[in-house]
Unconditional design. Structure first.
Length: 151
């Protein structure tokens, strides 16, 4: 599975929302497996569907990060509903911009909601590295890359 690189248009636009009934019907099960494999193969900690050229509001995160935080690995139609005022600047890279690293200011805590792989609504508070990964991947689905977010 090829990683889409900037300046491809699919990375610059907001992705399409996915109907819950399609998720519940298992329409995206194989795609999620393929995205997880592509993320691992490319040594990423997250991968959004538009990073593989698909205009879909889906992303996956690293299994270890998900397990450590007791959260799912796949998210559909994610939304960050609250950002803490408390931020930190940490260097980030991106699979769609190979070799480019930049410090990005991000909220240390967020409130996050999405649909999980079974189409069930989920909502939780995320902090630390998990919050950073969720913000990075949600940015992708909103058409933003780290070059758009520089401090």
């Amino acid at each position: 599975m090829e990683i889409t690189k900037i300046p491809h248009n699919v990375l610059a636009n907001k992705t399409k929302t996915i109907p819950a009934d399609e998720i519940k019907a298992g329409k995206y099960t194989q795609l999620i497996l393929d995205m997880k494999k592509a993320m691992v193969d490319n040594m990423g900690v997250g991968l959004a569907a538009n990073q593989i050229g698909l205009d879909l509001s889906i992303f996956v995160i690293d299994t270890k990060v998900a397990l450590e935080n007791k959260v799912p690995e796949a998210y559909f139609n994610p939304e960050i509903t609250e950002y803490s005022k408390d931020t930190d600047n940490i260097e980030e890279g991106c699979l769609s911009i190979p070799g480019f690293y930049v410090e990005i200011p991000r909220s240390k805590k967020i409130m996050f909601k999405a649909l999980d792989e079974s189409g069930k609504k989920i909502k939780f508070k995320a902090k630390g590295f998990l919050a950073r990964v969720l913000q990075h991947e949600t940015d992708h689905l909103n058409g933003l890359v780290i070059k758009d977010r520089r401090a």
